[in-house]
Design a binder for this molecule. Structure first.
Ligand code: NAD
Ligand code: UD1
Length: 346
């Protein structure tokens, strides 16, 4: 099948491109490089020995997207494109709402005009909010988000679900009922085992694993652990860290599912196993061969204590489950970081 990945040059998109190509699909990528570079796609081609059709374009540009989609006519769109830094979204909410909401509306308009059927969307466990108690199941009511980034995911989920319902009625200008798959990622981490592609955050990393990796490689002094007074066994927050290649393989299954179904479905993509911040620090120390320096700091505003998935639905319906554990996660993150201490910029 032909898959079109918006934001495909980014962290999760590039790993998914590898998994799709290896599963025998054709891949086209649209990216404006707001948070990535074309180098990632060159490396995807190197890993797989296959070509990717690459378009530099903004997914909010209706005319250009229509042109690209008309050329490619994909069996499924996987919509990764978006801005994703939680702290930044609090500082520049309008840019976040404009980019994330507009790109999704633009895609839906183009799909309606061209009669394209399937779309898989990158959502986040953040939509469960902080009132639900883990493990989170897809049937739980979505919660109150703590930042504009989270709200964009919440709203994009709603827009896609509403469009799927409207298209199923066969009324108005819909040529075909839509198939929408919402994927709620837990905490994607790690890198492709080749060490050729991985996460390349700009500036000071906000997320735990890239921060730990940069301390381990000597780019930063020490990690600050955000609070050790939570009601957990070691006092630090627990998360469901999922290897990015497991996540990528989940997209292959989800896109194949979307192309042969109608309506909307939600799937958690997580492992179901929580690990604390200190457990991750220790595991990474083992992988890189030396302890990772850390200090205990205050809690970070907006953090939830616990977040992990019930991943049964993806297993039952998609036949997918995460296979890689934290040892592989830390090994592959370290392999990427140590081979590319400054990311793609050399
Ligand atoms: P990323 O920043 O590495 O990738 C996003 C890509 O989208 C980048 O290549 C960027 O240049 C591109 N992009 C942004 N706006 C665009 C636009 N208007 N037009 C074209 N391209 C555009 O992020 P990622 O970690 O790969 O995340 C992919 C998706 O998954 C995002 O939607 C993100 O919100 C979501 N997500 C990520 C995580 C995570 O922890 N990484 C967790 C949950 C959800
Ligand atoms: C964060 C976002 C979430 C987003 C996800 C992926 C918040 C509140 N949530 O999730 O919306 O989908 O990133 O982009 O920002 N930690 C430290 N020190 C650090 C960094 C992190 O102790 O320097 C801790 C955090 O307190 C947390 C855990 O590590 O307990 C994981 O943090 P992080 O990687 O930022 O992910 P989330 O907070 O789960």
């Amino acid at each position: 099948m032909k898959m079109l990945l918006t934001g495909g040059a980014g962290y999760i998109g590039s790993h998914t491109a590898v998994a799709l190509l290896e599963a025998g699909h054709d891949v086209a990528v649209v990216d404006n490089y707001a948070n990535s570079s074309a180098e990632a796609i060159k490396r995807v081609e190197k890993i797989t020995g296959k070509n990717v059709s690459l378009y530099e374009a903004d997914c909010c540009d209706n005319t250009r997207m229509l042109e690209i989609l008309k050329t490619e006519m994909p069996d499924c769109i996987i919509h990764f494109a978006g801005l994703k830094a939680v702290g930044e979204s609090v500082e520049i909410p309008i840019e976040y709402y404009r980019n994330n909401i507009d790109s999704t509306l633009t895609l839906l308009e183009c799909m309606r005009e061209l009669g394209l059927k399937s779309i898989v969307f990158s959502s986040s466990a953040t939509v469960y909010g902080d009132d639900n108690v883990p493990p989170f199941t897809e049937g739980m009511p979505r919660g109150v988000c703590t930042n504009p980034y989270g709200w964009t995911k919440w709203m994009q989920e709603q827009m896609l679900t509403d469009a799927a319902s409207a298209s199923a009625s066969g009324k108005r200008e819909w040529k075909t009922p839509l198939s929408v798959v919402l994927l709620r990622y837990f905490n994607p981490v790690g890198a492709h085992e080749s060490g050729l592609i991985g996460e390349d955050p700009q500036g000071i990393p906000n997320n735990l694993m890239p921060y730990i990796s940069q301390v381990a490689v000597g780019r930063r002094d020490h990690l600050t652990v955000f609070g050790n007074d939570y009601d957990t066994p070691d006092g630090t927050c627990r998360r469901d860290y999922i290897h990015v290649m497991d996540l990528a393989e989940g997209h292959v299954k989800a896109a194949e599912y979307a192309a042969s179904h109608e309506g909307s479905e939600v799937f958690n993509l997580g492992t179901g196993d929580p690990f604390s911040v200190l457990e991750m620090v220790e595991a990474f120390g083992k992988a890189c061969g030396h302890p990772v320096a850390y200090e205990i700091g205050p809690r970070r505003a907006g953090d939830v204590q616990d977040s992990w998935a019930n991943a049964d639905k993806a297993k039952e319906v998609l036949g997918w489950e995460a296979k890689r554990g934290i040892d592989e996660i830390c090994r592959d993150a370290w392999n990427w970081q140590s081979k590319n201490p400054k990311g793609y910029s050399k």
